[in-house]
Design a protein around this ligand. Sequence first.
Ligand code: ADP
Ligand code: MG
Ligand code: MG
Length: 211
Amino acid sequence: MHMDIPLARAWIRTVAAAMEEHQEQLTQLDSAIGDADHGVNMHRGFSTVIAALDGLESTNVGDVLVKTGTILISSVGGASGPLYGTFFRAAGRQLTTPTTDAEHLLAALEAGLAGLQKLGGAVPGDKTMVDAIAPALAAFAAEVRTGGSVDLTAAAVEAAAAARRGMLATIPLQARKGRASYLGARSIGHQDPGATSAALVFQALADVLQA
Ligand code: ADP
Ligand code: MG
Ligand code: MG
């Protein structure tokens, strides 16, 4: 299984649907340790993205992801907009062909995470979206780099499960980045909103590959 342009579009559409479905949950999580706008931010951002994708003439997989990132940066007010925007833009810039295999997609997503971390300065354990994305990519890499025939779907399913575990593992952490860090120890005991939306991003990839 490879990722082509229709699949990349389906991934982003599925992310948008998931953000709509989970808008209330994301906002509730952000009301506990932030400013109660993460659901609105993600829903508005990805709705704007899918509206723009309809008119996009893409010649490679990266166009879809770069466009997604550009629109997230311009349409989301919160910290998550530039962070996700940078992730998708930096990943998309690596994907210059009409179709991509698992290894190439992994390298692109790793470039996306590097860009996000460079912008936000968060490392694993800081109780951010990085705590879902980093383990997701590690699990993806474990599937891809074991050698033998690489199954993109299997890698995405493993990545989604790891993202979810990373999301849940943010609960006992104290936030060291973003608004939640202002709460100090009072951020402990709450699931990070951005790690939760990041788990949705990886679940969406697994879903479209399994469909
Ligand atoms: P804001 O905090 O500006 O209202 P959102 O509520 O949309 O933005 O997003 C908050 C999420 O963004 C947090 O739950 C966290 O996962 C993520 N986040 C915040 N700051 C950083 C950072 N410096 N690096 C990585 N992720 C971050
Ligand atoms: Mg917020
Ligand atoms: Mg905000």
